[in-house]
Design a protein around this ligand. Structure first.
Ligand code: ADP
Length: 916
């Protein structure tokens, strides 16, 4: 500022001198103006600047006084008020008395009257004589009557008076002191010559006005106006400069404050790595460090290293650096360094000399290094974690089922958990924890297992405090007395606590309640005994069972459990967990099917259940033992899921390996005796049927001979009753012959000795013949044969097929005791592979629940006997066997009380393979 003041006094002196001469040429005046301009450019204080401008205006134009008005603006240079209305304010005034200045300060200036063009439109105004416009007051009144009407009465008088005074003054009839200017208040300097110019900013907006006046007319020339306009333009620039400077100052100050108040250390270095600026935080750290060699090393790591890296053009982000040695508290910083690059220049060649001598490398002119102190954060984090751990430990300490006691080096209890208090019932003595070791231990009366009181040197806390470790194997089992008198058996463990120097500072002791342990041991033992007893009982039951029973698991059927009958049946002991095939191989055991073929493992009932989870019932297998004995057995194998086996194992102490495997329970019943009985029965039937044949043939022959010969008239005629008796004998013999025939057929079938004699047979003709034969035996039933065919020749055994059809049609008659229609149909299937026969009746039908077994030997439905209809139950059995021998099928549909339809399907072409 010093320089600026001296330069402003210089130009003032120059002007004054020029003013004194009063003979300045135009050129001199403009030269003076331009010099003033330079001075204005460097004056940055706004108040001084405004005065300077006003003074300069007076001096350059010879004005008696000058006022500088400004429009209120914000910091950014935006107008805050419109140019209309008297809203501008006086910023500087020169050439007036202090009273006048005070008056002027109170006035509001703006775009009204003479000032309107300046403020509103931004154009200069020059008036040679402001009072020349004032007309004689009377004339004015007469000339402008409208004005008389519009002006308020009071003001009108005042206006007239003012106008009169102005007129008088203008014509030299009134002294200056007596003049009351028109439109200007009392005390305002008289203005006759007026020159005003607007101050326009770079946008052309009116920023203010520079107003000059003189009490004499005609004082301002066109040149003055031009000068004033130029001055106003310079003033506008100077004011803008001042505003920008002020703003820049303010911003710089703000930035300074911010920079200083940043908690992180911030250092700016130049391109050579010298510190240009640093904030307080950075300075404090650096000053703390600078005196020791170690500190200097740290500064190198914290500052110089990162700065060098940034100067090489590479930024550094949040690199963690720890600072501190043994004495100093360790601090941790995150260091960030970034290169500073000057903004690109607008014009090239103007490079300052110092930059030219130290050209920046890689366009990097410096670097900024920031130290972010994270020590507190880390400390807080560590503290938080430590607190968390402490809480966890506390929770664990309390949650432990074992008692835990912490002692100081004197054996005083520092901490004790709830489990310990509960174990010794310490609540009964609130003072207990506060007592000394010598007082406490006799209270709990520690004894060894034999009941002898422990001598003091064996007291566990003392042993721990002497440095002994009593964990694991070294834990001591002792007896103690709880404060409520209970005897407790405890296992005591623990270890001493050391400080950093290795001194024992206390001990931790754990107390485990052995009575609970003993109780659990007892519970376990009892449970074991119980399951063992149950297992023995189960084994006993199993062993007493006459059938062989065994339990296997896994796909290889490893033995889990077996009984005596099973061992007896195999003739060998099957060891636990041995796979079935291994056991069989070891003892030469083989299994055959009913047909005498050896069974594949996958066909064995036990393996089917164990491998496929299939439950197999009543499966006949023949066990062949190494001595050649064959045992026919009926096997029932039930698949169990592994979980069931596990439950069983838990209850019976059957040992099981881990994992759930499928399992199977197998029951084998030796059916040798049954088989034998059946064989004997079949043999008996065969013999009986065979032996019956001859007497029956004789009976039948003689009966028929009697009837025939009598009919031919040979011998005496028979009485009627004799005739009837012989007919009954004949029919009964016929039935007996049929029955023995059936029985023989059955035994032949059993022995596999029944063979068919196939020959092309017309089924239509066969059916017609049978129907015709049977029709004569009944009058109640009406037969019909439904077929579209005249004949149907099929390769069958005609005798056997007649037997089948006679049986089925006979049944239709027999089981329709009330008579009714019986329909036989004959047809072929669509493909022509099969012929289909059906026999339909409207008789008693077969109950639903008995239908499944009706083809078995000797099977009869309950409703048949209920209706008093006799039979052997062999007919349908033989029908099925015979149809199947033909390679055909037989089935039926029936509903009780409504009738039955039996179907036969026979192959229309002989397939040798299909005929057994
Ligand atoms: P049975 O000598 O008893 O007639 P079958 O083997 O021919 O022996 O028939 C077995 C059983 O089937 C009969 O006892 C009877 O209960 C039933 N049955 C057979 N055919 C018929 C039918 N057409 N209507 C009702 N029940 C029948």
């Amino acid at each position: 500022m010093q320089g600026r003041t001296s330069s402003s006094s210089h130009w003032r002196w120059h002007l004054e001198r020029s003013e004194a001469s009063k003979l300045l040429s135009t050129a001199e005046r403009f030269a003076a103006l331009s010099r003033v301009g330079t001075a204005l450019m460097i004056e940055l204080d706004e108040t001084r600047l405004l005065h300077l401008i006003a003074e300069t205006a007076c001096e350059l134009t010879g004005a008696a006084f000058a006022a500088f008005s400004l429009r209120p603006m914000n910091e950014e240079g935006q107008p805050l008020v419109p140019s209309e209305g008297n809203l501008f304010h006086l910023a500087a005034v020169v050439g007036v008395t202090p009273e006048q200045e005070a008056l002027l300060h109170r006035m509001r200036l703006g775009g009204e009257g003479l000032l309107a063009p300046i403020f509103r439109n931004g154009i200069p105004v020059r008036v040679a004589d402001a009072l020349a416009q004032v007309r004689r007051p009377e004339a004015a009144t007469a000339a402008n009557p409208a004005e008389t009407h519009t002006a308020p009465t009071i003001n009108r008088g005042a206006t007239l008076l003012a106008r009169q005074a102005a007129f008088d003054y203008a014509h030299g009839q009134l002294s200056k002191e007596d003049l009351h200017s028109l439109g200007v208040p009392r005390g305002h300097p008289v203005v006759r010559s007026f020159l005003g110019a607007p101050l326009l900013d770079h946008m052309g907006q009116v920023r203010g006005g520079l107003l000059l006046g003189h009490s004499e007319p005609d004082r301002f020339t066109q040149e003055d106006e031009t000068l004033l306009v130029c001055l106003a333009a310079q003033a506008a620039v100077a004011l803008e400069n001042a505003r920008l400077y002020r703003m820049a100052q303010m911003r710089a100050q703000q930035l300074d404050r911010i920079f200083e108040s940043i908690g992180d250390g911030v250092t700016l270095v130049d391109s050579l790595g010298n510190i240009m600026r640093e904030n307080g935080a950075a300075r404090r750290v650096r000053e703390q460090l600078k005196d020791s060699p170690e500190g200097q090393r740290v500064v190198a790591v914290l500052l110089h290293g990162p700065a060098r890296q940034a100067l090489s053009g590479e930024a550094l982000q949040d690199v963690s650096v720890s600072v501190g040695n043994g004495q100093q508290e360790a601090r941790e910083y995150l260091v960030t360094a970034s290169p500073l690059r000057p903004p690109p220049r607008l014009s090239g060649p103007l490079v300052p000399a110092n930059e030219a001598t130290h050209p920046a490398q890689n366009g990097v002119s410096g670097a900024v290094v920031i130290w972010h102190d994270v020590t507190e954060r880390h400390l807080r984090e560590a503290e938080r974690q430590a607190r968390g751990h402490a809480r966890q430990l506390e929770a664990i300490f309390e949650a432990m089922t074992d008692g835990v006691l912490v002692y100081d080096s004197n054996g005083a209890i520092v901490q004790i958990n709830t489990a310990a208090c509960r174990l010794f019932a310490l609540d009964l003595d609130p003072e207990y924890v506060a007592r000394s070791l010598e007082e406490r231990l006799p209270l709990v009366a520690l004894r060894n297992k034999d009941g002898q009181v422990l001598p003091k040197e064996q007291w566990p806390p003392l042993r721990l405090l002497k440095g002994e470790v009593l964990t694991g194997q070294n834990a001591k089992e002792v007896l103690a007395r709880a404060l409520d008198g209970r005897e407790v058996e405890i296992s005591v463990g623990g270890a001493p606590l050391y400080d950093q120097q290795g001194q024992i500072v206390g001990a931790v002791m754990t107390v485990h309640d052995m009575s609970e342990h003993r109780r659990l041991e007892e519970v376990e033992r009892r449970a074991h005994e119980e399951t063992e007893a149950r297992r023995a009982l189960l084994q006993l039951i199993l062993d007493e069972l006459p059938s062989s029973v065994y339990l296997v698991r896994g796909p290889d059927a490893r033995l889990v459990l077996t009984n005596n009958a099973s061992t007896a049946m195999w003739g060998a002991e099957w060891p636990y967990d041995q796979p079935m095939d291994e056991f069989f191989a070891q003892h030469g055991i083989r299994i055959f099917g009913v047909n005498g073929q050896p069974l594949e493992p996958s066909q064995l009932a036990a393996l089917r259940a164990a491998q496929q989870g299939e439950t197999v019932r009543q499966h006949l297998e023949n066990i062949r033992l190494p001595d050649g004995t064959i045992l026919p057995v009926l096997v029932n194998a039930v698949a169990l899921d592994g979980h069931q086996l596990h439950v069983l194992a838990a209850q019976t102490a059957v040992g099981l390996s881990e994992g759930v495997e499928p399992a199977a329970l197998v029951v084998q019943q030796d059916v040798t005796a049954l088989k034998e009985a059946e064989r004997l029965k079949d043999e008996f039937i065969a013999i009986a049927a065979h032996e019956l044949r001859n007497p029956l043939a004789a009976l039948k022959g003689y009966a028929q001979m009697l009837l025939l010969q009598t009919a031919r008239g040979k011998g005496p005629p028979l009485a009627e009753w004799q005739q009837e008796a012989i007919e009954v004998i004949d029919r009964s013999t016929l039935r007996l012959v049929d029955l023995t025939g059936d029985l023989l057929d059955v035994t032949r079938l059993q022995a596999g000795g029944l063979t068919l004699h196939l020959e092309p047979t017309d089924l239509v003709a066969l059916v017609r013949r049978i129907v015709k034969r049977l029709q004569v035996t009944t009058e109640q039933h009406s037969f019909s044969i439904a077929t579209s065919l005249d004949y149907l020749v099929v390769p069958v055994d005609p005798g056997r097929l007649e037997q089948v059809l006679s049986n089925l049609i006979g049944n239709a008659i027999k089981y329709s005791p009330c008579g009714g229609p019986i329909e036989v149909t004959i047809g072929g299937d669509v493909q022509g592979n099969e012929v289909l026969l059906s026999i339909r009746d409207g008789g008693i039908g077969i109950p639903q629940q008995e239908q499944a077994h009706i083809f078995a030997r000797f099977a009869r439905a309950s409703n048949a006997s209920a209706h008093g209809i006799g039979g052997t139950g062999l007919g349908l059995y033989l029908c099925r066997e015979l149809v199947e021998l033909h390679g055909g099928r037989i089935w039926f549909e029936s509903s009780e009380g409504q009738g039955s339809t039996f179907f036969i399907a026979l192959p229309s072409v002989v397939d040798a393979a299909s005929i057994h």
